[in-house]
Design a protein around this ligand. Structure first.
Ligand code: PLP
Length: 374
């Protein structure tokens, strides 16, 4: 967590009460929630009323996907990219099980959707279209402005999961055509357990939670003032530091990617070479089991993940890589390295030092073609 966000959290939680209460400490809490909302709205380019506090990115995605779909029963279809995080994918699958027809929007070999393809699918029987801003596994960035504009032209609500994008690329949540957008606190240095749903004031959603009617009746439940305050600090930091952060991460990412290809010539980089998150390297190591490689690297002090960190432990190959046309065996031998705020050139050197021997050990017994250069 960011020190400044932790301080805001502590300061607030020690001082204030329930923001839904009318007494003094309740009013103080309400003031903090509203100031936090205004600050976040300012940073994201939306009106304060568009900012809805949630308990994380998963909740924000679920409120939007289910809420928009339920609000439009007369428009049964849902358009969803094939590479979404499970926080979007699973509610859409669940809605499909309830009988909603779903168009799974395909991606190309680097994980990009085609705007023309989406445009051709938009019609007045579509309840919503959802495409993530940037992918959590391979880091591919989608043409969000064009997709949002196409949806606006067709009158179709558009949701985007921007959990991985904020702080890494410029995020204008107020751009034309964005109906809703999900953010997660712990990805930007706020505490785990806070998120934001940005929801256009004209959007019609049916609430998932019923109760006290807080947050425009979209998300009933007492708002956590301390987390809201910490989130405001983290969003401000993410937005003001974004450019410097991206430049530094891009340098580290490029050094790591080039080093991997040099030291492990059979490695294959996944994702888009020109529309990728800074700080994100995703590579396949043919002949290796990703989980075995991950454990070897972990023992050497390098933390990475196979597929999405949120679904590690699930043995199936990543749905993202399969959607990109990667064959299942190669998909299983893939790792994601995420560089962040605290990463340095020394960290990149350390990864490149321990990776070749780890790959050597993890490569399947009898794999004849595998070699590394250490
Ligand atoms: N969406 C994306 C793209 C993510 O990467 C994650 C978490 O990693 C989530 C949603 C879920 O966010 P949270 O952990 O705050 O529920």
């Amino acid at each position: 967590m960011l020190d400044s966000a932790a301080e805001a959290w502590l300061r607030t939680s020690a001082r204030v009460g329930n923001p839904s209460s009318l007494h003094g400490s309740g009013r103080a809490a309400r003031r903090i929630v509203e100031e936090s909302r205004e600050s976040i709205a300012d940073d994201l380019g939306v009106r304060p009323s568009a900012v809805i506090f949630t308990a994380g990115g998963t909740e924000a995605d679920n409120l939007a996907i289910k809420g928009l779909a339920w609000a439009a029963p007369q428009r049964p279809r849902i358009l969803c990219s094939a590479i979404e995080h499970h926080a979007v994918l699973d509610p859409v699958v669940w809605l499909a099980e309830q009988g909603r027809p779903v168009d799974w929007i395909p991606v190309d070999a680097v994980g990009r959707v085609s705007v023309d393809d989406i445009r051709a699918r938009l019609s007045d029987d579509v309840a919503l279209c959802t495409v993530m801003w940037a992918n959590n596994e391979v880091g591919t960035i989608q043409p969000i402005a064009e997709i949002a504009a196409a949806c606006a032209d067709a009158g179709v609500p558009f949701h985007t999961d921007a959990v991985q994008a904020l702080g890494h690329v410029p995020v204008d949540a107020g751009m034309r055509g964005i109906t809703s957008l999900a953010l997660s606190g712990h990805k930007i240095g706020a505490p785990v357990g806070v998120g934001i749903l940005v929801l256009d004031r004209d959007a019609r959603v049916v609430p998932v939670l019923h109760g006290g009617g807080q947050e425009r009746d979209v998300r009933s439940g007492t708002v956590d003032a301390a987390s809201a305050a910490a989130m405001a600090v983290a969003v401000r930091h993410a937005v003001t530091e974004q450019q410097d952060h991206a430049e530094r991460m891009t340098r580290l990412r490029d050094a790591l990617a080039a080093g991997i290809l040099e030291r492990v010539p059979q490695a294959v980089l996944n994702g888009s070479p020109d529309a990728a998150l800074p700080g994100h390297v995703h590579a396949s190591f043919p002949g290796c089991e990703g989980d075995a490689l991950l454990m070897l690297l972990d023992a050497a002090g390098v933390e990475c993940s196979t597929g999405s960190a949120c679904t590690s432990g699930v043995p199936e190959p990543s749905h993202v890589l399969l959607a990109m046309g990667v064959d299942p065996a190669r998909a299983r031998g893939s790792l994601r390295f995420s560089l962040g705020r605290t990463s340095t050139e020394d960290d990149v050197d350390r990864i490149l030092e321990v990776l070749p021997p780890a790959v050597e050990r993890a490569s399947r017994a009898g794999s004849p073609s595998f070699r590394t250069v250490s």
